[in-house]
Design a protein around this ligand. Structure first.
Ligand code: CA
Length: 275
């Protein structure tokens, strides 16, 4: 792509002005010049105002190794108001690194699976060069790991290639408006995992506390010795109490845990988190 020259608009403007003066279109000159200069000047400073009056950051770097998807993204960007001279295409990391060394990038659409490496490397470099650059990952990879790596590296948003053109366009538009779009498929997977994890709620914690209070400290001590395989007589000797006292405690333990056997008492206590 030809580099856009910042001085070109001024030169074109002067040519236009002089031409008009020469042919003496004095009546329309001022009006026409104002309109012409306005059209040229809005392209200065890394921004382009589209026909839809959306402010578009330029230039755009598209890093994608598949020709068909490159073309698809070009058409989507065109629909948003971009023209070809504002778009830079790279098919691999090497080309992309060369391009970002030559000019500052305002918006980057980055594929992750590239022939010579992972797009994450490029995202890190883009972010290091400019904290304001907008970076949308457009990848076939739908894992949480890919998403987290990309966001950690500095991506602004992440959308899957399987989305249709309208959805990709919406993701780009969202980024242009300050959003951080995350593909709904990956977002849903993350939400499912979060809900599946046993995160203790306030009521769960309360019930655990109640379970812990279920047995007295003496009963818990005795049940712990039961769990170690000790008989009532051994427990009585260890705690220096009578065998009948131990049996009485164990009956209480059975009743509180709704069990009738030593092994079941131990299992129930472990399930409740008492042991
Ligand atoms: Ca690829």
């Amino acid at each position: 792509m030809d580099e856009w020259e910042p001085k070109q608009p001024l030169g074109l403007f002067l040519c236009f002005y002089i031409s008009l003066k020469v042919i003496k279109l004095l009546i329309f000159r001022d009006i026409l010049c104002i309109v012409f200069f306005a059209i040229l000047s809005i392209r200065k400073g890394g921004w382009l105002v589209s026909e839809l009056e959306t402010i578009l950051p330029v230039p755009v770097l598209v890093v994608e190794d598949e020709d068909l998807i490159q073309e698809r993204l070009r058409l989507i960007l065109t629909e948003l108001g971009y023209n070809d001279e504002m778009l830079i295409f790279a098919k691999n990391l090497q080309q992309a690194f060369l391009e970002i060394d030559q000019q500052p990038i305002s918006l980057a659409l980055v594929d992750l699976g590239l022939p010579d490496g992972n797009g994450i490397e490029l995202i890190e470099k883009l972010r290091a060069l400019d904290s304001n650059v907008l970076i949308l990952v457009i990848s076939a990879w739908s894992t949480q790991e890919s998403l987290f790596s990309a966001i950690k590296a500095g991506a602004t948003g992440y959308v899957l290639k399987e989305r249709d053109d309208a959805e990709v366009l919406l993701a780009i538009r969202s980024i242009l408006r300050g959003g951080a779009p995350i593909d709904p498929f990956i977002a849903q997977e993350i939400l499912k995992q979060i809900s599946a994890q046993a995160i203790p709620t306030a009521s769960d914690e309360k019930s655990t506390d109640q379970d812990a209070d279920l047995l007295t400290s003496r009963e818990t001590e005795i049940l712990d010795l039961v769990a170690q395989g000790m008989s009532n007589r051994e427990i009585a000797e260890q705690l220096n109490v009578s065998k009948y006292t131990v049996e009485s405690h164990i009956k209480h333990i059975y009743r509180k845990l709704s069990v009738t056997k030593r092994t079941k008492a131990v299992i129930a206590a472990r399930t409740l988190g008492i042991l």
